[in-house]
Design a binder for this molecule. Structure first.
Ligand code: UDX
Length: 484
């Protein structure tokens, strides 16, 4: 089946009128208004909530349904339970305009809806495949209550072929199912949703797919209409490409270390080539988060099921695993002089106190899921170190010296992983400080105070966040990723 690509902007809005929004002034800009539709969004997590708030901003009437009554209550008060810049303002704007509301449960949310967006989690199953059980459960629950002609929109990241699975679970010939993959990033979810680089809608009923595309006409983004399997593949291929690019640059950083080159300048030399570009070329502790690790594994699995060995992508995943271990080795080398002074030689890190700056999988989010920072901190702790971590999103109650990082127990070794209230306290008595998340505030600390707090002035900077010359001048030893 061929696909269709056109720019929303070129059409001047969904009704072709090209009129602007007039009275719909907003801190987020004024979208073009087309026909207003009634929409349900099921699941208000990192994807569902920005999607719902964006659709409300575009002028639609949006009701969100979530199974968690506590989360719904918080949202009804206009509070957003996750760290996501501008999202609370956008949600409040939608509520104030009467376009955005929150209810408990999927069935309550779909009353009167012409479109139902499924934004529930698709966690990784034991074999690497995506677990569709939440998607299937919602489809089964809402099926008897859907009005004829409703379009179901799959936004959850689901394996190729899932549109058909949802159709089968619904068991209704009068309901269309389309795939509309999400490309937003945590931390920049609001600008990514309001100004997407493309809208992809795939469905075997092209008219239904086009109707879903029209919902986003106010974003002015190019719209690509495809069949369902193609849309689902675009999502996985995009994330697999980004993961591969990151593994590539991390491998180049390792090469730089081996040959004595500086990766920062190598990246400049690469990025000016517009075919390569500068995006996604920052070396780091490895890539993580709720999407890239899960989606790359799922794509390997999907390919395997279809009889194709995606060995190239397996290589990118293996390089990422190596990257975690390379950082752990850097930490081990950094603290080795202190270990020699007085340990029993038990685990690799026994007796070491290691400070860690950053636990989230990247800056701008409070998400610890599949965080390389947590993975590396745990490996060091499991080696026997006392890891003292600070992350601006992991709160330590006033008066407490430290708290366990929620959800992460150290299972091996005699080490520990505790969160401290600030970056300086985490450094007290530590033999090294390891930068694992690129929070901007780490660049502006009082490094003399950090020097005084540490037992040994050693930086392992897994984000290349600091200026090596500056910290070396202050008496620190410095080890980055691929840097001289
Ligand atoms: C990703 C995709 O970017 C997004 O399009 C998709 O919808 C969901 O998955 P997200 O999980 O929010 O978004 O994270 P992203 O910003 O892509 O970062 C992924 C990982 O790569 C993080 O661990 C991040 O620290 C790392 N990264 C990113 C780098 O190490 N260097 C870079 O230059 C960019």
């Amino acid at each position: 089946m061929s696909s269709t690509l056109f720019a929303h902007g070129e059409h001047g809005g969904p009704d072709g009128s090209g009129r602007s929004s007039g009275p719909n002034e907003s801190a987020f800009g004024s979208p073009r208004i087309g026909p207003v539709h009634t929409i349900a969004v099921i699941g208000v997590g990192y994807v569902g909530l920005p999607t719902a708030a964006t659709l409300a901003h575009l002028g639609h009437r949006v009701t969100c349904g979530d199974a968690d009554p506590a989360k719904v209550a918080v949202l009804q008060q206009g509070h957003v339970p996750i760290v996501e810049e501008h999202l609370e303002d956008l949600v409040r704007e939608g509520q104030a305009a009467g376009n955005l509301s929150f209810v408990v449960g999927a069935t309550a949310a779909i009353q009167g809806a012409e479109f139902v967006f499924l934004c529930v989690p698709t966690p990784q199953g034991d074999d690497g495949s995506a677990d569709l059980s939440y998607v299937e459960a919602v489809a089964a629950e809402i099926s008897p209550h859907l009005a004829a002609g409703t379009v179901i929109v799959n936004k959850s990241t689901v394996p190729v072929g899932s549109t058909l699975v949802v159709e089968r679970v619904l068991g209704r010939t009068d309901i269309q199912v389309v795939s509309n993959p999400e490309f937003l990033r945590e931390g920049t979810a609001v600008p990514d949703s309001l100004h997407p680089e493309r809208i992809v809608v795939g469905g075997d009923d092209q008219a239904a797919a086009a109707r879903v595309g029209e919902l986003f006409a106010g974003t002015q983004a190019p719209l690509l209409i495809t069949d369902a399997a193609t849309a689902e593949t675009i999502k996985y291929a995009s994330n697999a490409f980004l993961a591969t690019k990151l593994s590539f640059v991390n491998a180049v950083a390792s090469l730089c270390e081996a040959v004595g080159a500086d990766v920062r300048d190598v990246i400049l030399g690469l990025g000016y080539d517009r075919r390569i570009g500068f995006e996604y070329l920052k070396p780091g502790p490895g890539w993580g988060g709720s999407c890239l690790p899960k989606d790359t594994r799922a794509l390997v699995h999907i390919a395997e099921q279809a009889g194709y060995d995606f060995s190239f992508l397996k290589g990118a995943i293996a390089t990422n695993e190596e990257q975690f271990e390379r950082v752990v080795t850097k930490v081990r080398t950094a603290v080795a002089p202190t270990l020699a002074a007085g340990t029993d030689g038990g685990g690799d890190f026994t007796g070491a106190v290691v400070a860690v700056w950053g636990l989230t999988f990247k800056a701008g989010t409070d998400d610890l899921r599949n965080s390389p920072a947590v993975e590396i901190a745990l490996r060091v702790a499991e080696g026997g170190a006392e890891v003292r971590a600070y992350d601006p999103t992991v709160k330590v109650p006033e008066g407490a010296r430290s708290v366990p990082v929620p959800g992460f127990d150290v299972v091996d070794g005699d080490g520990s992983l505790l969160a401290y209230p600030d970056a300086y306290t985490a450094c007290l008595g530590a033999s090294a400080v390891v930068v694992l998340t690129e929070w901007d505030e780490f660049r502006w600390l009082d490094f003399t105070k950090v020097h005084d707090a540490l037992a040994a002035p050693v930086f392992v900077d897994a984000r290349n966040l600091l200026d090596p010359a500056q910290v070396r001048r202050l008496g620190f030893s410095y080890e980055g990723i691929g840097r001289r």
